[in-house]
Every structure is written in C-alpha cells, then in structure tokens.
Design a binder for this molecule. Structure first.
Ligand code: FDA
Length: 388
C-alpha cells in the first residue's frame, strides 16, 4: 500500500479531506468507495435516452451562507443562478410551498394581509393551546392550526414515516415554517445554485490530483489491499461509512429512513412545469415528483422527452441505502455508545453523514471536513500531534 492517508467513502466529506491533504500537505491519499463511482449521494449522470442530468440518489440543491465553504467549492465549479421553488398538489389544486401568504390566501379563498393571516393562524393554532402535545399530530395543530396542518403536513409526514402522525413522537418537528409574505424561495441562504456542468464534473475536479488514488468497487470491510485489517495501525484512516457497521453493530443498529426512486422517461417536453411537486394527500403513494430538466433551464435539452422521478419513503432495512437518521431516543443512546468507541479507536477519524449519524447538507459536510482537516489532520501531519 502506497498511501499516507486512507479515506473510506468518496462523498463530499471524504473528497474534501482528500483534496486538502493532497494539495496542501502533499500527502499520498487513497480514497475507497464500495460503489462504482465517486461523489457519494451527490453523484449525477446524464440519462441515456434524453441526455438530461439526473441526480441518482435524489435531488441535490446546493445552498450555503458559509463564505469559507462558498469560496472553497468555487475552486472546482461555477454555479448557475437556479433558485429552488417547490409546489404542492392538494385536493386538485396546486399551491406554493413553504406555506406563505399566497398559499394561505388560496387555501382560505381570501385576500388577507400579513397581520390578518397571522391572527387567523394563531387563532387556529390555539385549538390545543396550553396542552402538552402527545404526538406529532397535536404538535402540528399547535404550530399552524388544524386546516393547514391536515392539508399540507399530516399525510405527507405520515407517508414519509409510514406511520400515522398520531403514533409519531411530537419531537420529530420543532417548527413548521409559515411566511407571512409572498416569498416562496425554498432556501434563504446567501448563495444558491447548481454546478454549471453538473455534479460529476465538480466531484471529478476535486479528485483530480496526482497524489489521489481513487479505488472504486471496494468495501473497506472486505479483504484486500485497502481493507480494515490491512490498513488499521499502518496509516491514519478517515471513515465516512456507517458508524454502527464499523463496530459490527455491537451497540445495536442505528435506524434510518430510505427512499425508493422510480424513474420514468415521458414523451413530452414538460410534464409538470416545475422541478418539484409535492403530493401531500393520502391517495398518492409517493411523496413528491422531481422533473430534472427544470434544474437547468439554461441547457438546450431535447424537447421530445423529459425525465421524472417519483419518490417513495420508507424505513431502511439492512442492505438498503441509509438516507435520513430516524433518531429515536434509543438511537441517541446507541449513538453515544458508538461515539465513545469511536473516540477510543486509534488513528481513525469518523466523519460525514454516515460516520456521525447526522443529516448533513452538502455545504455542512464540506464545512465539517474543512474543520477536520484544519483541526486534526493538518496538526497531525505537520506537527506530529496524536490523531484523535
Ligand atoms: P455520502 O453518503 O455522500 O458518501 C459516503 C460514501 O461512503 C458513499 O459513497 C458510500 O458508498 C461510501 N461508503 C460507505 N461505507 C463504505 C465502505 N464500507 N467501504 C467503502 N465505501 C463506503 N444536500 C444538500 O445540500 N442539498 C440537497 O438537496 C440534498 N439532497 C439530498 C437528498 C437525499 C435523498 C439525501 C440522502 C441527501 C441529500 N443531501 C442534500 C445531502 C448530501 O447528499 C450529503 O451532504 C452528502 O451525502 C454528505 O456527504 P458524505 O460524504 O458525508 O456522505
């Protein structure tokens, strides 16, 4: 093995560490991934028939207010001026999301100003005032009132969790955004956009360094040159796979939700007129439909066909892709035990979405990797400090 540092996982977390270690410290870095491609869940490719860029593991929208991260990512790609907007199809009508004054006025067939709308929602939310919400259903009603909650949140959340919200803990939601103006931009960050020539071009530029060796189709836990048994104790490791798997599930399995994505090419130029349509009603089995051509209106895509992806949400079983931490009280207890084990593991740093059991947006994964590089990896390789 000819590497100073082994990184398990080529998502944004692993690639940021690899790029920094190779470029700034001139280290030889091996990046392993068990998949056939780099980029982790942000990987995209052009759909074969239409050439339309499809985000393979669900839609990825880049946004950040972190200037350090924005400066860093701009070294590898330019961004379009795409601004994300989401619509929702309820009861045969389409509304804009997150709930804003436009949604409220359309829903109540009214022309309220901000103060009147605020007063109405406060009054409706007062239905369960002073009571302790026993479940997610009560919490939703307390936050935005029964009519809006039941229309836009109740069944959507039920489908996401495959569970009636009356049987879900209240703590799953702490707030439900309601805007008392007509702003329907989904994100409020300072910077937002999509990589001009796609996620894969961006990701490949991060890995394009003579000191970086990318090793695909290789699982850290299988036998081989870069396996756990060959590498541990030889060189430092940054591990971005699932933390429970690393410790052979000794403290129990952490629970995750996953999504099934059903892709379809349709012989029409435009299927739904927007990038994302939510389906918050009980009768649609999916939660939302993405139409990928709308992420890049600046591109000269074919007018003969379009690509859509229906999203179905469910609890992950062993072998499924873990996407969103469920994070029950039991999960948190197990996580604390895994964190103790991780701290005691010599010369292995745990990071990223799977390694920390935390949902991270791309900018958060990159920001957290830049911090790990500055605070742990750089001091270790330049000053010989212990890696912990
Ligand atoms: P990531 O999961 O990307 O990479 C981990 C890599 O490790 C994977 O490639 C995996 O194959 C590899 N690996 C695991 N175990 C291994 C082993 N034993 N051996 C070898 N390799 C192993 N963010 C955002 O900013 N905007 C958005 O719109 C979205 N949308 C979105 C949708 C969905 C459905 C999900 C699940 C996530 C998002 N994200 C997002 C989050 C984004 O995907 C996230 O920030 C990055 O995945 C985090 O990067 P990581 O490198 O931590 O993990």
């Amino acid at each position: 093995m000819n590497a100073d540092l082994v990184i398990v996982g080529s998502g944004f977390f692993g690639l940021t560490i690899a790029e920094r270690a190779a470029k700034e410290l001139n280290l030889k870095v091996a990046v392993l991934d068990r998949r056939h491609h780099i980029g982790g869940n942000a990987y995209s490719e052009n759909e074969a028939q239409t050439g339309i860029e499809v985000h393979r593991y669900g839609a990825h929208l880049f946004h950040t207010s972190n200037e350090k991260v924005w400066e860093y990512v701009n070294r590898f790609t330019q961004f379009t001026n795409y601004q994300h907007k989401v619509y929702t199809s309820h009861g045969g009508e389409v509304y804009s999301m997150p709930i804003n004054l436009g949604t409220i006025n359309q829903f109540f067939r009214s022309a309220y100003g901000p103060a009147e709308a605020r007063a109405l929602i406060q009054e409706q939310a007062g239905e369960l005032a002073g009571t302790d919400p026993k479940n997610l259903n009560d919490k939703g009603i307390q936050l935005i009132g029964r009519p809006l909650y039941e229309a836009f949140i109740k069944h959507y959340t039920g489908k996401q969790w495959q569970t009636d919200p009356k049987d879900l803990p209240a703590e799953i939601i702490s707030r439900l955004p309601v805007r008392y103006n007509y702003d329907n931009r989904y994100f409020n960050d300072t910077h937002e956009g999509l990589p001009v020539d796609g996620y894969t071009a961006w990701i490949e530029r991060m890995a394009d360094h003579p000191n970086i060796e990318v090793v695909l189709n290789t699982d850290f836990f299988d036998e081989g040159e870069f396996s756990r048994s060959s590498v541990l104790g030889q060189v430092p490791v940054v591990y971005t796979g699932p933390v429970d798997k690393y410790f052979d599930y000794t403290e129990g399995d952490l629970s995750w939700r996953t999504i099934d994505l059903e892709e379809e090419v349709l012989p029409v130029e435009d299927f739904q007129g927007c990038a994302v349509m939510n389906y918050p009603d009980e009768d649609a089995p999916y939660t939302r439909i993405h139409e990928f051509r709308h992420f890049h209106p600046e591109r000269d895509y074919t007018k003969d066909a379009t690509v859509i992806m229906r999203e179905f949400s469910r609890f992950a079983q062993k072998g499924d892709e873990p996407y969103y931490p469920v994070n029950t009280a039991e999960d948190r207890r197990k996580l604390l035990a895994y964190r103790d084990l991780a701290k005691a593991e010599p010369s292995v740093l745990f990071g990223g979405r799977l390694g920390t059991y935390k949902y991270l947006d791309m900018h958060m994964a990159i920001g957290s990797a830049l911090s790990m590089f500055e605070n742990k990896i750089k001091p270790h390789f330049s000053g010989g400090s212990k890696l912990e």
